[in-house]
Design a protein around this ligand. Structure first.
Ligand code: S3P
Length: 174
């Protein structure tokens, strides 16, 4: 661990397409923490993809699984955790994250979200027409929640995951 840093866990929060997973992997490497991808954990436990889970069991079932997995993750330390974009919808999840470590909000403009998510097949909440409108309404609904849980905020727009991760390390040391 870098001298002066005592973060039990680092949680990356933010919209789909903000770069949480790729940045998280880089950040874990830089900090020598383990890397945890929440969506990956959920898919592993469910034995199927998030899209199929949404279709077959519905969003509420998925949110239950997500909260349970988060509780398990919060019992461990020295992890960089890439969360699903909707994790902050539940007050219980926000409290768990704030108690178990430091949340960093990866903020991304609507233009860049659209750019990154166009053609994405594995985001059930964005399926169908009107990608930009859907993203805009999710972002408007969630912005305050991301900000309320996060200690740091970083704009990811044109940055590579490596650049974002390096910037986070710098901010954490400051
Ligand atoms: C969701 C984001 C997804 C995944 C699920 C729901 C959301 O994760 O958890 O499709 O509500 O924003 P990513 O943010 O990793 O795409």
């Amino acid at each position: 661990m870098t001298a002066g840093m005592k973060h039990r866990n680092i949680f990356l929060i933010g919209m789909m397409g903000s770069g949480k997973t790729s940045t998280g992997r880089e950040l874990a490497r830089l900090l020598d923490y383990s890397f945890v991808d929440m969506d990956g954990l959920i898919e592993k436990e469910a034995g199927t993809t998030i899209s199929v889970l949404f279709q077959s069991r519905g969003e509420e079932y998925f949110r239950g699984l997500e909260s349970r997995k988060l509780q398990a993750v919060c019992n461990k330390e020295h992890q960089v955790v890439s969360t699903g974009g909707g994790i902050i919808l539940s007050a219980g999840n926000r409290d768990a994250i704030m108690a178990a470590g430091t949340a960093i909000y990866l903020k991304t403009s609507l233009d860049w979200l659209v750019r990154r998510l166009r053609g994405s097949k594995d985001r059930p909440l964005l399926a169908g027409e009107g990608l930009e409108t859907k993203l805009a309404s999710l972002a408007a609904e969630r912005e305050k929640l991301y900000q309320s849980a996060a200690i740091l905020e970083i704009l990811t727009d044109a940055k590579t995951p490596g650049e974002t991760a390096a910037e986070i390390v710098k901010m954490l040391k400051a």
